[in-house]
Ligand binder design. Structure first.
Ligand code: SF4
Length: 515
């Protein structure tokens, strides 16, 4: 362990694994020390999926090794096998102790993606009387201040307006002042289904078998986190920069061309379809959004991928991802407390173990348990929608999402779950709740054919829970949604239902809400 007093201690958090990070600007391996830590509380303040813990720890340990190979001294705090939140120091205490021992002249960190972590950093530096410099996160296209300027004076924050501004500013998919392909947004061409036959010959996902570092982490997680949800069986994601780039290339070549067409489609047993699955790699910064966007746009320009795919992909990264981060920093800390629909329920048991008779939810949960992943429609319109319709507290849904998805980091999870998925923010990130009856799920995939429920029925034993809960949800919030133009069609349909029918729907839905 180092005895010298470094000029700067460079704090590298688990979601900051970027060799090009601004933290290394003007840093000197001879005078500065990098500091990384695995902490029990990060895995236990929410009840973390085993694969999520393993992915973060393995990627962190690989990154630390790469830094050492590049000549850096790294003080890396590995979590001991027998450590728990009661017998192992918190992040703040670990850092305070190391600051007191190492006595650096200063501490540097790139803007953490979680306000809670930022507070702990400030407290540790305060206790150890060390100056903390928080650097802007250059990983993102849009800075926190820049987003605040965009938001200033606007009644509503509309993603599409922000997205177009980003496209113009960064000259992405632009032909002069006009959008490439003649439209800004090809969302309408992102909604095809696989029909009755289903997808044919889906490209296989690349698989990365665990190396010695990963195997050590897997052993730790299997022992230390044995009671946590999820499984370690499918530890096949890349955990290094080199493999992350390979993984991205594989998507661009084999799945991007059909990604746009089938972006919203679902199919039983198929977790990935044509999705990139790069969100976890982006969110720990093994991939950079600029390279993802530039490489995808190049495929369009070379005629190797159609505009509906490339624009859809760019919209997710340059539009939605940046917008969501802007909203997080603009609205926090108050955003966490929002609960526009006054939902007070707990996350249902099947969100942890996948045990349910609902075929669509069972399949979605299978992917979450196996891979810490489900693609965005299974996330939004199956699991997310079930939580919203049944009245789960939006913060509890966010905490569940943080626990179970590999790609969940506070800044990205909170506005996506509490806001977009649960409408807990009352319309800050989405102008209406994402809700539909079981008929939507039937149309977009093949689950209903093998399900004991009927998506066309809202009352009784055979009623599809989504359909019953959908009408019950609209009815419970009728007053609130009546003024929302975008809900007009749904409310009109609700008004066609008689009082008797609604009473029976309420009873059916009530049985599901009580579960
Ligand atoms: Fe899901 Fe309802 Fe279809 Fe069953 S019938 S798969 S619960 S939408």
């Amino acid at each position: 362990m180092s005895k010298r007093n470094p000029r700067n201690l460079l704090i590298i958090l688990g979601d900051q694994l970027d060799h090009e990070s601004p933290i290394f600007e003007n840093a000197d391996p001879k005078r500065d020390i990098a500091w990384m830590a695995e902490v029990a509380e990060e895995t236990e303040h929410v009840w973390c999926h085993q694969l999520r813990v393993a992915f973060f720890f393995s990627a962190m340990r690989h990154f630390a090794e790469e830094l050492r190979a590049a000549g850096w001294e790294v003080r890396y705090r590995e979590l001991p096998e027998d450590a728990g939140k009661d017998n192992y120091p918190s992040f703040e205490k670990l850092l305070t102790a190391d600051l007191q021992e190492l006595k650096p002249d200063g501490v540097r960190v790139v803007q953490p993606g979680d306000l809670r972590v930022e507070k702990q950093l400030l407290a540790a530096c305060d206790s150890a009387k060390c100056g903390l410099s928080i650097m802007e996160d250059a990983h993102f296209y849009c800075g926190i201040e820049e987003f605040a300027t965009f938001a200033e004076g606007r009644k509503e924050l509309v993603m599409e307006t922000f997205y177009r501004q980003m496209r113009r500013k960064h000259k992405v998919l632009m032909q002069g002042s006009k959008p490439a392909g003649g439209e800004w947004n090809f969302d309408k061409e992102n909604r095809e289904t696989f029909g009755k036959k289903g997808p044919s010959s889906l490209p296989a996902m690349p698989v990365y078998e665990p190396d010695a570092i990963s195997n050590k982490v897997l052993k730790l997680v299997a022992k230390r986190f044995a009671k946590h949800p999820g499984s370690l069986e499918h530890f096949v994601l890349p955990v290094t920069r080199a493999h992350a780039l390979e993984f991205l290339e594989d998507f661009l070549t084999h799945r991007l061309p059909l990604f746009g067409k089938y972006e919203d489609a679902m199919w039983g047993g198929e977790a990935f379809l044509y999705h990139s699955r790069i969100s976890a790699l982006l969110n720990v910064k093994l991939l950079n959004p600029r390279e993802c966007v530039e490489m995808a746009v190049a495929r369009y320009e070379e005629g190797r991928a159609p505009i509906n795919s490339v624009e859809g992909f760019v919209r997710q990264i340059l539009g939605w991802r940046e917008f969501i981060r802007g909203v997080y920093w603009l609205k926090m800390p108050g955003y966490l407390e929002l609960n526009a629909l006054d939902a007070q329920g707990d996350v249902p048991d099947f969100f942890w173990d996948g045990k349910t008779d609902m075929a669509c939810a069972r399949d979605s949960m299978r992917h979450v348990i196996d891979h810490g992943y489900s693609h965005h429609i299974q996330r939004l319109m199956v699991l997310g929608q079930y939580a919203m319709l049944s009245g789960v507290h939006p913060r509890k849904f966010h905490e569940w999402h943080m626990a179970m998805y590999l790609d969940a980091v506070d800044w990205v999870s909170l506005p996506n779950t509490l806001g977009m998925s649960q409408y807990g923010d009352g319309g800050i990130v989405g102008t209406k709740p994402y809700c539909a009856s079981g008929k939507y799920i039937q149309r977009m995939g093949n689950f209903c054919a093998g399900c004991k429920f009927d998506p066309g029925i809202a009352i009784g034993e055979n009623a599809c829970p989504f359909t019953a809960l959908y009408w019950d949800f609209l009815d419970r919030h009728r007053e609130k949604f009546t003024g929302n133009m975008r809900m007009g069609f749904q409310i009109k349909n609700l008004e066609r239902k008689s009082d008797e029918e609604l009473a029976e729907i309420r009873e059916t839905a009530g049985r599901w809400r009580a579960k």
